[in-house]
Structure formats: structure tokens, C-alpha cells
Write a protein that binds this ligand. Sequence first.
Ligand code: ZN
Ligand code: ZN
Length: 223
Amino acid sequence: MDVIEAELRRAMEEPGCPVCRLVEKFEDEEIETILYEHPNDPAVRRAFRRSGGLCRRHAWKVLRLALSNPLLGPHGVSVIYEDVLESYLRGENETEECLLCRLTAEKERILIESLADRLPNLIEAYENSPAILCRRHYGEVLREITDESLRRRFSEVQKRKLEGLRKRLEGLIKSFDYRAGRKPTEAERKAILEAVEFLAGREVGPERGRRERREKRWPLRLR
Ligand SMILES: [Zn+2]
Ligand SMILES: [Zn+2]
């Protein structure tokens, strides 16, 4: 078993999407590395400048992590954003996508390909685990699998997991009825979180054209 297989296996031991979980871990570590070691690194500063200070989600995440970690604090992040602001005032072109979007997109691709490659070894662990790949990551792994019987088994496993999740959610709803005379079980209480995580994925990794879609839907929104 190689490192990445072990990593995937471990990520499957918990509810939720193992790929999202590993992208999140990677994203957190990348941000910490940037803030600990590289606030003065010219390449990092250039990447922040050229993306106008990262995409909206990653900019806020960097700030939140910096301010919530006493070992980091506001110094490094202030150095970085002073530089971005100065470059904006100079009129420097913002030509690059967000550094963290790019890094997490690469990591995500590697995880998807690795999971698809190792699925013959991992399918049983996945089947018996509480994990459920989110809708998007499931689709991406499925697209990489060429073996027909493995594809079938993988989609059956996923379907069984989702049917189980729907039943737990149904149980949760029933438990809200006072006539049920019972409290929801722990598994039922987690079902709503797991359903949203399956449908939407975790809030990690690359931003996916959300802004463009939103602009289209509400073109006349007030600013
Ligand atoms: Zn996912
Ligand atoms: Zn980003």
C-alpha cells in the first residue's frame, strides 16, 4: 500500500467525502505554509498581486486562519496584503487566477486519478465505510474507471450509501413529529450535514465559476 492509498483509506474512516476532506487538509496546510514561511517570498507575493489578492473565498480563509492562530497573527497576512494593495494602486495588471485555486485544483486531480487507479484495492473499504463521495467527486472518479464490472460495483455501492442516507434523513424528519415520541439518533442528526456535503461538496478547493453563474441569474442586483 502506498502513501496516497493509505491517505485515502484513512479519509474514508469518517462520514463525508474523502476527496473533499483531503483537499481541505491540503488547503489548510498550504495556507499555513504561506503564512509561516513565505510572507516575504517574492514568488508568493507576486502570485497574490497577480490574482488581486486571491479569489474571494480563499482571501477570507487566509485571513481567518491567520487571525485564529496565535502562532500566526496579523503580521504575515498584513505584509502580503499591503503589497497587493500597493500594486493595485500602481495599476499593475491582475492576470493570474488565485494561487490556492490553482494548487487545490492540481491536488484534487491527483486525488481523483489516484482513487480511480487504486479503486480495486479500496472498493471494499469504501463500501464498509461511513464515507460518501460527494456528487462531483463521485462523477469524476467514475469517469476515470474503464473496467466495466468495477464501474458497476462502484455505482451500486454509491447508490446503496445514498439510499441509506435518504432513509436516515427521513428518520430525522419523522423524529421532529411529537407523535414519534423519540429523539433523533446520532446517525439521523448527522444526515442533513451529510446530504448537503454530498450534493454541494465541502467549501474547499478551487472556486468554480460561481460568480459568473450568479451574475447571470441576478443581473440587476443592487450593488
Ligand atoms: Zn468531494
Ligand atoms: Zn481561490
